[in-house]
Design a protein around this ligand. Structure first.
Ligand code: NAD
Length: 374
């Protein structure tokens, strides 16, 4: 595992001062933030519950080697709020939360750490439901499941929804990218379209498979050579250096690695006309959406695009849906994007701002409904 600071996706400097989580720039009135430090297993983790207005806070667990605890806090707060917005816009009966496990080094975590993490999730009594995110595999979630019932993203049973959410995320991104193509190029055909994919891990790999099948020309970068080799075995790709991929001469850029890649330093150099990928928190700051709009680059808001995974995880957790129903639900992602793109075109406002307003409106309406019923 590599440290976040080594990559081009440098997090913004956290504006946190000791003992002042409330003043943290990303605090955004989180309902609860839980810090865990367990000397027996070496588990250091943060669970952030942003909102339970729409239901229990659902969002994955990320395991990462952060440069500092402050970076981990910034990451989990941003990701957690993003889950509130993602679940709201996707129409799911869940609030938003997220957790991070602070990896001490590059070694895989011992099973006992995941067990301890499961116990900590259980101790919150269902306020937070976990699943896999970057750095966590389905097998890790199996271990977590031994200690808590508040977990999803487990192996699929029969025709029921469930299993690894990544293919569903990739499918949603594929459909969303098609909507963005239609919007910018007047045709949703991928034939001959040049697409740069940053990160070919769980989601990026499957996305590339779908795009190649649809006739796209692929340019890919990853800091993990094994993942590049695995992809090159199944589809034709042109490899690009990780430092250059964001600035490739392509039609579409699909960030599928980590967040903060779209910032004041990178945006002026981007050549793609569409940005449509899976990574969470692609914009380093809200104003970066404006920077993209000013350059007439269409940005497909990340949490609207990448909701396929959480749709699958949510339906698995509720135990009420088949795979076909999940496919139909993921199929609604392009329609939501069309509405956001249309509103952006009509008002000249950035797509990220329109998506955030939509998400906040859904949550606020639910609060008003609950007050009325009470
Ligand atoms: P992953 O860890 O399997 O893949 C990420 C890939 O990005 C890895 O291969 C890694 O080596 C590569 N990478 C990291 N930094 C890079 C850099 N600077 N340049 C090039 N490559 C780099 O993770 P994933 O599950 O595929 O998720 C990818 C992104 O999508 C994450 O931001 C995640 O939060 C988001 N996301 C994932 C899901 C899901 O279902 N897995 C759902 C929603 C959002």
């Amino acid at each position: 595992m590599r440290r976040c600071e080594e990559y081009i996706c440098r997090p913004e400097k956290p504006q946190v001062t000791p003992m002042s989580v409330f003043e943290h720039s990303e605090f955004d009135r989180h309902e609860a933030i839980h810090f865990f430090d367990d000397p027996a297993t070496g588990l250091r983790a943060i669970i952030a519950v942003h909102s339970t207005v729409l239901g229990p806070a659902a969002g994955g667990c990320r395991r990462w080697h952060y440069a500092s605890g402050a970076d981990a806090l910034t990451d989990v707060l941003r990701l957690s709020r993003g889950m509130t917005y993602k679940n709201a816009v996707a129409g799911l009966p869940f609030g938003g939360g997220k957790s991070v496990i602070l990896a001490a080094d590059n070694a895989p975590a011992p099973a006992e750490q995941f067990r301890e993490f499961g116990r900590r999730v259980q101790s919150l009594g269902g306020a937070y439901i976990t699943a896999e995110d970057v750095g966590i595999a389905m097998d890790d979630m199996r271990i977590v499941r031994e200690e808590t019932e508040y977990v999803s993203g487990l192996p699929q049973e029969g025709k029921n929804a469930g299993g690894d959410p990544s293919p569903w995320t990739a499918y949603g991104v594929f459909l969303g990218m098609r909507a963005a193509l239609r919007n910018v190029f007047g045709s949703e055909s991928f034939a001959g379209k040049r697409i740069a994919v940053q990160g070919v891990g769980h989601v990026g790999h499957e996305l590339c498979r779908l795009l190649a099948q649809a006739g796209a020309e692929l340019y890919v970068a990853d800091v993990n050579r094994g993942n590049l080799r695995r992809l090159a075995k199944i589809v034709p790709v042109t490899e690009v250096a990780p430092t250059d991929i964001l600035f490739a001469d392509v039609d579409v850029l699909a960030p599928c690695a980590l967040g903060n890649v779209l910032n004041s330093e990178t945006i002026p150099r981007i050549r793609a006309r569409v940005i449509a990928g899976a990574a969470n928190n692609q914009l380093a700051r809200e104003i970066d959406g404006e920077r993209l709009a000013a350059r007439e680059i269409l940005y497909a808001p990340d949490y609207v695009m990448n909701a396929g995974g959480v749709i699958s995880v949510a339906r698995e957790y509720l135990g009420e849906s088949s795979e076909d129903e999940v496919r139909a639900e993921v199929g609604r992602i392009p329609g939501r994007l069309d509405e956001i793109f249309a509103e952006a075109a009509k008002t000249g406002r950035p797509t990220n701002v329109i998506a955030d307003e939509l998400a906040r409106r859904i949550v606020e309406e639910s609060v008003s409904d609950q007050r009325r019923i009470a």
